[in-house]
Design a protein around this ligand. Structure first.
Ligand code: CP
Length: 312
């Protein structure tokens, strides 16, 4: 593999070169093997600092970055927006200037507005990692999803993934489908008409029913959470109706089993909406593996990015 160009920030999937994707996913494998050891730490980021800056709630991404940074021996600060001076009206750039003075090497940021990580990246020498911005992007989720799918399908090119649900409001769907497409994996989508974007990319095949989805013989079904917090207006009649039309229920589980398809979900899961308790126990669910791979991928991302604060 040729020498990679140094990269400071990870802001989206679109700008990633294939060799960069391979570099990150390739390095995530030995990082994951480390989890089997009694000592799960490497000294790679000793003396470096990672700032977790989450303006929106998160369980998986924030804790996964914290665990990843700890396993690389970095010092981690979790910045709590709800108890910070942001609640007193401090602007984003003033907050960044304050945090810059603390000389963090890596800033992991989640924000409700698309593009905020790009603004932060321009104003700091720290490496900025987008942990989800509005509807826009969630690049580490896409990388961990791809790692997870490639583990069960090492011959992944030409395989098929059906994404079901609220594609319109989903940064996960946007980033993950883009990365799957870059990997030669075919992507189809099913959801309420109002939640499937009009201007979706050409590579996203649209289905009208579960029957169409199963006829396509997907290798994985990727369920999305209905993002009520991002919906202004009514996109479907009711949650019960959504579950009936688009949820993974007993009947659809039988069809999945027949196909041998895997089940994926980025979390958090809304049981009784996009998935039943029974489906959560499906033997080919990759949901826990996605979480585990999230740590390995984030270690690989921290290892790869080069902050301008690093002089050596
Ligand atoms: N997948 C994901 O982004 O989950 P969190 O919102 O819990 O971080």
């Amino acid at each position: 593999m040729s020498e990679l160009k140094p990269r400071k920030d990870l802001l989206d999937i679109e700008s990633l070169e294939l060799d960069e994707i391979e570099y990150v996913l390739g390095n995530a494998v030995p990082f994951k093997q480390l989890f089997q050891r009694s000592v799960k730490k490497v000294p790679t980021l000793r003396g470096k600092t990672v700032l977790n800056l989450f303006y929106e709630p998160s369980t998986r991404t924030s804790s996964s970055f914290e665990v990843a940074a700890n396993r690389m021996s970095a010092d981690v600060t979790n910045f709590s927006v709800s108890s910070s001076s942001i609640t007193k009206g401090e602007s984003l750039l003033d907050t960044i200037e304050t945090l810059q003075a603390m000389q963090s090497d890596y800033i992991v940021i989640r924000h409700q507005a698309a593009g905020v990580p790009n603004i932060v990246a321009k104003h700091t020498g720290a490496s900025v990692i987008n942990a989800g911005d509005g509807y826009h992007a969630h690049p580490t989720q896409a990388l961990l999803d791809t790692m997870t799918f490639r583990e069960v399908h090492p011959d992944y090119a030409g395989k098929r993934i059906a994404i079901i649900g609220d594609v319109l409001h989903s940064r996960v769907a946007r980033s993950t489908s883009t990365l799957f497409h870059k990997q030669g994996i075919e992507v189809g989508v099913l959801g309420p008409g109002a939640l499937i974007p009009e201007g979706r990319p050409d590579f996203m095949r649209r289905f009208q029913s579960w029957e169409d989805v199963f006829d396509w013989k997907p290798h994985a079904i990727y369920l999305l959470r209905v993002q009520m917090e991002r919906q202004e207006g009514q996109f479907f009649p009711s949650i019960a109706e959504y579950h009936k039309m688009y949820g993974m229920n007993s009947e659809r589980l039988v069809s999945m089993r027949k196909l041998g398809a895997y089940l994926m979900h980025p979390g958090p899961v809304n049981r009784g909406v996009e998935v039943t308790d029974e489906a959560m126990g499906y033997e080919k669910s990759l949901i826990s593996t996605q979480v585990e791979n999230g740590i390995a991928v984030r270690m690989a991302v921290l290892h790869w990015l080069k902050p301008e604060t690093q002089k050596e």
